[in-house]
Design a protein around this ligand. Structure first.
Ligand code: ZN
Length: 269
């Protein structure tokens, strides 16, 4: 049994979900899941269960927590991580669901979702979550967006941890690295650095008006660039392949999947 699964099971009681209802929900909302072949669908469902047993859901405002909400939000996380080894969020402990977009201190406009790094929370509006999945080709999906932020943050945090340990205790660093390499690294650092270099260049292109494929919000900073790239990678895969082939190919390597291969996007190694 691998370590993330062990942690998930020790921390939260594992209980099997209603698979047939999960399938109904995923078929209804998730184009990505609907297109998978049967064996890939089974793996996807298993990963949804694993995710749900490792994170706590809470609601805020006039909304009651339902399995439908949990399944759909988990599916966004599983979609991004599907081509990589099983991964569970460790920094983020809780997902807060609001009925619709909400006001938040420091922001003029209402938010569809956000990630709170210091309080270890991900907040998502349920109305916008559903909308993001039902409109499948506009590169707007708040779950994919916020999960991309969460995953990138955890990855960068671990890179820092290993570097920090390396300076103080080499044997410990080797031990931690070996655990991290096998079980915790969601992304390959070499490919991530390649993506980062490309992202910094392309971010300038958006700001200079040389690139208009990604939504303009991507120009805000490199982290928004990452999150918006992930949304477009899944929702406008074919177009990205043509308009931004280098970005597309780098994301295929980074996420271990090619979403234009719909029956099973996972890259076989
Ligand atoms: Zn963002």
């Amino acid at each position: 049994m691998n370590i993330p699964l062990l942690i998930a099971q020790s921390k939260y009681h594992f209980w099997p979900r209603d698979r047939s209802y999960m399938r109904q929900v995923l078929k209804r909302y998730s184009t990505y899941y609907r297109n998978l072949d049967e064996p890939a669908k089974r793996v996807f469902e298993y990963r949804v269960e694993i995710f749900l047993n490792a994170i706590e859901f809470k609601t805020l405002g006039a909304i009651r927590l339902k399995s439908e909400i949990e399944f759909l939000i988990a599916s966004g996380f599983v979609q991004i991580t599907f081509g990589r080894n099983l991964y569970i969020l460790s920094h983020f402990k809780r997902i807060i669901i609001t009925p619709k977009e909400y006001g938040y201190t420091g922001f003029k406009e209402k938010l569809l979702g956000h990630v709170d790094y210091s309080r270890r929370l991900i907040t998502l509006s349920w109305a916008n979550t559903k909308h993001g999945f039902l409109i499948e080709d506009d590169a707007h999906n708040v779950v994919l967006h916020e999960m991309a932020h969460a995953l990138e943050f955890e990855f960068r945090k671990r890179i820092k941890l290993v570097k920090h340990l390396d300076r103080r205790s080499l044997p410990l660093a080797i031990l931690i690295s070996s655990i991290v390499e096998k079980s915790y690294y969601f992304l390959d650092n070499e490919v991530y650095q390649k993506w980062l270099k490309l992202g910094v260049t392309q971010l300038k292109d958006i700001r200079n008006g040389k690139q208009a494929f990604l939504k303009s919000y991507a120009a805000k900073n490199i982290h928004e660039y990452f999150a918006c790239s992930i949304e477009a990678f899944f929702e406008q895969s074919e177009q990205m392949k043509v308009e931004m082939p280098e970005l597309f190919d780098t994301l295929v390597l980074l996420l271990g999947q090619d979403p234009t291969v719909k029956k099973d996007p996972r890259i076989k190694t």
